[in-house]
Write a protein that binds this ligand. Structure first.
Ligand code: ADP
Ligand code: MG
Length: 452
């Protein structure tokens, strides 16, 4: 593979892993060499290597194989000049009784979004408990529940509430050392500290925090040493009666590959969830955003029924809802028209279509390989043994049922198979569905997960 090909391949990966994952994990990879069926990439640290291999190994292999079918394996390696540097001593990772450290003015907290305030948060039935709990914590009284654990699906307002708490606390008590960061950032800092051998600094920095907020904690699932460090930080802060606020996309008990002791710690405080939005809440949010847009686009008229239409049709999450409204106002102000229902339907055709819940073949493949506990590359790859072939047929069946893709198209996405192979697979599962209760259950479960 040439460097050019690798660059192009990176662009494909950017699409499949998303911008932030790309910047963190794929961007730093450098193609070192390909030899005897193995493509070797250099990585800055062995930690990054392990992580990339575990999380993206399959995807990278899949893309590489599209260019070079001979490659059977991808390998991630720290270049030898770096590898020979002694690793940070193990004892640096284990918990050390941290001395009470002075507040560290260098403590980098992630930037807060000004718009994410309590004032801008619309309360409805689905989020009233989470809101009330957040308000209580933000009042800065004695610590009542530790941690406060907020969970819920994408775009339901977890990050908004956390920022709102941080704003309010720092307004009430400017001296308070409030730190907000994502679990991903926590991990970077930790990895960086390990690499630069600054673990003691890292520990004392975090132990000096008054209020610690860690967003999207599900990110550390499966990352053992980060979990270990998180656990110690967590315990030290709870023992010191400092407030901790955590968010995740699911309940503590449901985060896979998270150590039991961490799960039970997370459950010790108050666990509240943000429910999916309902019509009233969506309408309320739209109305409050419109008030804001009115200040930006004075004189822009909005026809009756437009907001109701949007609240009814865009049910996925608040972020999508907001995006739709932004686009609508920007467009209308550009052409200088009143926002009518027709204009709305025109301008947002794609959003409206996609909120009719489109499942992609990639999602199906991912879910199926996870469900049957096989690698994505084996699901898509050429092996014909039953342990791969059956899940593959299940995935083809679901792709046929749940997407509007044609058989040849599906065949292409399954390692370039012929449409007759797909048809055969779909028929086979259709038969088995009736005779084999296990398959019927698998299908049902997968369908429900994919539709969620
Ligand atoms: P999450 O962190 O749960 O994925 P966010 O907090 O990032 O979701 O919310 C997504 C977007 O929706 C943000 O712009 C946020 O301001 C907005 N939003 C979510 N819930 C509400 C709400 N109840 N009122 C106003 N805006 C909301
Ligand atoms: Mg968030």
């Amino acid at each position: 593979m040439t460097q050019d090909q690798w660059c192009k391949l990176k662009q494909d990966l950017l699409k499949s892993v998303g911008k932030s994952n790309f910047t963190s994990w794929i961007e730093p990879l450098e193609l070192s060499h390909t030899e005897e069926g193995v493509a070797t990439f250099s990585v800055p640290t062995s930690f990054v290597g392990n992580y990339v291999s575990q999380k993206y190994g399959d995807q990278i292999l899949y893309h590489v194989q599209a260019l070079m079918p001979d490659i059977r394996r991808v390998h991630f390696q720290v270049p030898t000049n770096q590898a020979s540097r002694p690793a940070a001593p193990r004892s640096a990772v284990a918990a050390a009784p941290a001395p009470a450290a002075p507040r560290d003015p260098m403590m980098p907290t992630a930037p807060l979004d000004k718009r994410f305030s309590f004032d801008n948060f619309v309360v409805g039935k689905p989020n009233e408990l989470a809101h009330a709990a957040a308000k209580r914590v933000a009042s800065g009284g004695p610590v009542m529940f530790n941690p406060l654990f907020l969970y819920g699906g994408v775009g339901l307002g977890k990050t908004h509430l956390m920022h709102a708490i941080a704003w309010e606390l720092s307004q009430r008590q400017p001296d308070l050392n409030v730190v907000y960061l994502s679990a991903e950032q926590f991990m970077y800092r930790f990895v960086q500290a390990l690499r630069d051998r600054k673990m003691m600094d890292f520990k004392s920095m975090f132990r000096a925090v008054d209020v610690l907020m860690v967003d999207d904690v599900q990110f550390i699932a499966g990352k053992e040493s980060t979990q270990e460090e998180f656990f110690h930080t967590f315990n030290a802060l709870v023992d010191g009666r400092r407030q901790i606020i955590i968010s995740a996309d699911r309940a503590p008990g449901e985060i896979e590959n998270l150590e039991e002791r961490i799960k039970s710690r997370l459950q010790c405080g108050l666990v509240v969830d943000l429910h999916p939005t309902n019509y009233e809440l969506r309408l309320g949010i739209l109305q409050s955003k419109v008030e804001y847009y009115r200040t930006q686009y004075p004189g822009l008229a909005l026809a009756d029924g437009v907001l109701e239409f949007l609240a009814l049709r865009i049910t996925k999450n608040v972020r999508v809802l907001e995006g739709a409204l932004t686009r609508l106002f920007a467009f209308a102000s550009l052409v200088g028209h009143e926002i009518t229902l027709e204009l709305t339907q025109d301008c947002l055709a794609d959003v409206l279509r996609s909120s009719e819940r489109q499942v992609t073949i990639e999602e199906i493949q991912r879910q199926v390989s996870e469900h049957f506990n096989i690698r994505l590359s084996d699901l898509i790859g050429p092996k014909r043994v039953r342990i791969y072939a059956r899940p593959r047929q299940v995935a083809m069946y679901l792709a046929k049922q749940m997407t509007s893709r044609s058989l040849p198209e599906i065949g292409r996405r399954f390692g370039g198979r012929d449409h007759t192979t797909v048809m055969h697979g779909v028929r086979r599962i259709d038969e088995l569905r009736v005779t084999d209760t296990q398959i019927a259950e698998d299908l049902e479960l997968l369908r429900r997960t994919l539709e969620a």
